[in-house]
Design a protein around this ligand. Structure first.
Ligand SMILES: [Zn+2]
Ligand SMILES: [Zn+2]
Length: 242
């Protein structure tokens, strides 16, 4: 009985795969990716996504109605071992008291939070090498990355916390300006446009990179100067014609 149900399901999957011109290996890969995505969603820090977002995640990704029971189970998965004071102090020393992603100083004002680099639900352990302390903005940005690392924020056109986190985390802690080697233990990093708006650049993932404070202000100054030059150039041109 069980075998025939299995055979029928299997034949159905094979038929669907054939229509999509997929091999069974590819179908299995898709299935694995989808399971991983579900696990990843379970691993999102509940406190940073908020209850209403959690409800829609559960509905969308698990395909289940977010009843109190389902939500309780969801919350259970993100419960983590507490980080000891000792481990937290080690983290702060290692990160020179700055956010591991954006380099902001971890004062009370930025509300530091401990993040598991590899989420607990994916087997990440509460041990120093899997922990990092983030400012609240970075932690929120990470929390909003549904299905990370499967979906990058490709369609955002303003710098949301999610896009900001993606750009800065992609830099792996370094200023990405050519020749600069400053790291987040020494500087803040900021999302910066490669091609400025004035030259047609858009605020999208592919046109953003992370720069240190020095390069950020250098680039902004250059752009303002160039813009002013262009502006006075135009007006003197107008004056000359009059
Ligand atoms: Zn940060
Ligand atoms: Zn730099």
């Amino acid at each position: 009985m069980t075998e025939s149900v299995f055979d029928r399901d299997f034949a159905e999957i094979e038929g669907l795969a054939k229509k999509l011109r997929l091999s069974l290996d590819q179908v299995l890969d898709d299935l694995k990716a989808s399971l991983l995505q579900r696990l990843t969603v379970l691993a999102l820090p509940l406190e940073s996504v908020g209850a209403d977002i959690a409800i829609s995640y559960v509905k969308k990704v698990l395909g289940e109605k977010a009843t109190p029971g389902v939500l309780a189970e969801f919350a259970l998965h993100v419960e983590r071992e507490p980080v000891s004071d000792r481990a937290y102090m080690d983290l702060l020393v290692r990160q020179a008291n700055r956010c591991a992603v954006c380099g902001r100083r971890l004062t009370q004002y930025v509300r530091p939070q401990v993040d598991h680099v590899l989420p607990v639900a994916l087997g990440g352990l509460t041990e120093t090498r899997n922990l990092r302390s983030l400012c609240r903005t970075c932690n929120q940005g990470k929390g909003m990355l549904l299905g990370w690392p499967l979906s990058a924020p490709h369609f955002e056109t303003v710098i949301t916390p999610r896009l900001r986190f993606f750009v800065l985390d992609r830099a792996r802690g370094f200023c990405q300006h050519a020749g600069c080697e400053l790291r987040v233990v020494e500087t803040e990093l900021r999302p910066t446009l490669r091609t400025p708006h004035s030259e047609g650049g858009r605020t999208v993932l592919d046109n953003l990179y992370a720069t240190c404070e020095t390069h950020y202000s250098q680039i902004q100054d250059q752009r303002i100067r160039r813009w002013n030059l262009g502006y006075s150039g135009t007006s003197s041109f107008r004056l000359a014609r009059q």
